[in-house]
Design a binder for this molecule. Structure first.
Ligand code: IPM
Ligand code: MG
Length: 356
């Protein structure tokens, strides 16, 4: 029996998590595996309930689970809270406490959806890139940080810091993934300006000889942003630090036309992981059954693959989603001009289950 903790979070989180959990149960049963699903609060929902974005009880359950499936956190209701009490702290706390240093964000575009992208279809059709973002270090967590008064004015500061071991472990994950894909790894940094990036580049380069089947290249982050919108298919795996990865993964996501399609996995050294859609909580459409559940359903696919060691269930989920799309079913975000034919969140989930 496998244990999965479900954290719906805020906004459309609950809506997208419901069908994803059903898909998970069906796909697991097909392999003769029972999944014990428990739910807990995180983010704004937890703030409203007990004043903390990451209650102790939620963290304890997350640590005891084989995997965590998360909807999303945040929303306008909590936007005025100080940084330390915001819903996002719940997410950042989970990443840190569970040691989820490797964030895998694939950007995949079936040719049937190429029209949804803001780029020309031929630039993005059959796009398949993987961004590996370092998730527990860098400027997000570096100390010192804060806002203080110096010479009668307020000064804000954060620290961008990476130790060799942090660079090495994210680089090794990326080399491994690249060798199982198309063998190309591009490390993105800002080594023309930042010492941290110079060390990053040195450490990544020093590991390359351990992976003779992977071709390593380096790119400055500004150029990488440009290349992603100019010719995205030149990339296979991109590895980068926390903040560059945050930004580039949104760019890569939009290449596919909709954030509503993109799953992610955040992995620790032990294989435990947290899985979540890349999109946010979309407060504007929350509660209207309009959200696209496919990113969360595809996150369940990654959960099977990376934390439960159930590759067949993972393949089945991926295939069912591909079939539903090939049959022409669309939620509003990917329906383009065919809005009148768009299906809702629940229906989309049912269609995936029918195809499992
Ligand atoms: C993401 C999000 C988060 C991040 C926010 C919500 C803290 O943008 O997962 O990309 O910056 O990491
Ligand atoms: Mg982001």
């Amino acid at each position: 029996m496998k244990k999965v903790l479900v954290l719906p979070g805020d906004g459309i989180g609950q809506e997208v998590v419901n069908p994803a959990v059903e898909v998970m149960q069906v796909a697991a049963q097909q392999q003769g595996v029972t999944i014990d699903v428990e739910e807990a609060l995180v983010g704004g929902a937890a703030i409203d309930d007990c004043g903390s974005p990451l209650p102790e009880s939620t963290l304890a359950k997350a640590k005891a689970a084989d995997a965590v499936l998360l909807g999303g956190v945040g929303g306008p209701k909590w936007d005025d809270l100080p940084t330390a009490q915001r819903p996002e702290k719940g997410l950042l706390g989970l990443r840190q406490e569970l040691g989820l240093f490797a964030n895998l964000r694939p950007a995949l575009l079936a040719s049937s959806l190429a029209g949804a992208s803001s780029l020309k279809p031929e630039l993005v059709s059959d796009l398949d890139i993987l961004i590996v973002r370092e998730l527990t270090g860098g400027i997000y967590f570096g100390e010192p940080r804060g806002v203080e008064t110096r010479d009668n004015e307020r000064v804000g500061f954060n620290t961008l810091v990476y130790a060799e071991h942090e660079i090495e472990r994210i680089a090794r994950v990326s080399f491994d993934l690249a060798s199982k894909r198309n063998g190309l790894l591009c490390s993105v940094d800002k080594a023309n300006v930042l010492e941290v990036s110079q060390l990053w580049r040195e450490v990544v380069t020093s590991l390359a000889s351990d992976y003779p089947d992977v071709e390593l290249s380096h790119m400055y982050v500004d150029n990488a942003a440009m290349q992603l919108v100019r010719a995205p298919k030149q990339f296979d795996v991109i590895v980068t630090g926390n903040m560059f990865g945050d930004i580039l993964s949104d760019v890569a996501a939009m290449l596919t036309g909709s954030l509503g399609m993109l799953p992610s996995a955040s992995l620790s050294a032990s294989g435990a992981g947290m899985y979540e859609p890349v999109h946010g909580t979309a407060p504007d459409i929350a509660g209207q059954d309009k959200a696209n559940p496919l990113a969360t359903i595809l996150s369940v696919g990654m959960l099977f693959r990376y934390s439960l060691d159930m590759p067949e269930a993972a393949d089945n989920v991926d295939r069912a989603v591909a079939k539903v799309l090939a049959d022409g079913h669309r939620t509003a975000d990917i329906a383009g001009d065919a809005q009148a034919d768009a299906v809702g969140c629940r229906t989309m989930g049912e269609l995936v289950i029918e195809n499992l």
